[in-house]
Design a protein around this ligand. Structure first.
Ligand SMILES: N[C@@H](CCC(=O)N[C@@H](CS)C(=O)NCC(=O)O)C(=O)O
Length: 195
């Protein structure tokens, strides 16, 4: 039994969805970022964290990579070209979607008010739209890296969902429909129901 630290409306959702997909039980501590509960599990105050026995793991992508490798699900095996391709798209998603959304969040409510530069958000929105268009072009099947789902799909769909909540422009129809297909998965819905 795992424990996920962080609420459904945070990057902890990625970990919950992955756990649902691989059929592992988990509890949720819906700790808010920077809260005392979050700090108990991660000195950086960030969520998610994952408690696995005596170990506390942090960072949503590190946790998903760990779970995939440990259970042999939702990942290509480490040390294979397929894994390198999966890692490459994962890091690209972090650079081009997650980082852009996170920068917008920082300038909306994360930074102290006197350090926010709201004017930057138009440029971030344009950057997101450009990157999501590139992602859309690459999609040729049900999953990003072929006919097997990986945690890269979870990351991509989570970022697309996040962009809606953040008031970013809508991604193109092809990408939206691709993400909708993944949102229909029972595991996605089960993770959402933990909110
Ligand atoms: N790269 C990290 C980012 C985690 C992160 O920044 N989480 C946000 C909530 S979704 C947070 O805890 N922010 C608090 C802070 O940065 O101080 C991950 O994917 O887990």
């Amino acid at each position: 039994m795992y424990t996920v630290v962080g609420a459904v409306k945070s990057r902890a959702f990625r970990v919950m969805w992955m756990l649902e997909e691989i059929g592992e039980d988990y509890d949720v501590i819906p700790a808010a970022p920077r809260s005392d509960d979050a700090l108990k599990y991660n000195p950086l105050g960030k969520v998610p964290a994952l408690v696995d026995g005596d170990h506390v793991l942090t960072d949503s992508v590190a946790i998903m990579t760990y779970l995939g490798d440990k259970h042999g699900k939702l990942t290509a095996p480490a040390g294979t070209p397929a894994r390198a391709a999966q890692d490459a798209i994962t890091f690209w998603l972090i650079d081009e979607l997650d980082a852009v959304l996170w920068a917008a969040a920082k300038h909306s409510f994360v930074f102290p008010e006197d350090q926010r530069v709201p004017e930057i958000k138009d440029s971030l929105k344009a950057e997101f739209l450009r990157a999501s268009g590139k992602l859309s072009e690459q999609i040729t099947g049900p999953f990003l890296t072929g006919d097997q789902m990986t945690h890269a799909d979870i990351l991509a769909v989570h970022c697309i969902n996040w962009s809606v909540g953040a008031g970013f422009p809508k991604v193109d129809k092809k990408l939206w429909e691709w993400a909708s297909g993944l949102r229909d998965r029972p595991a996605f819905k089960a993770a959402q129901a933990r909110g």
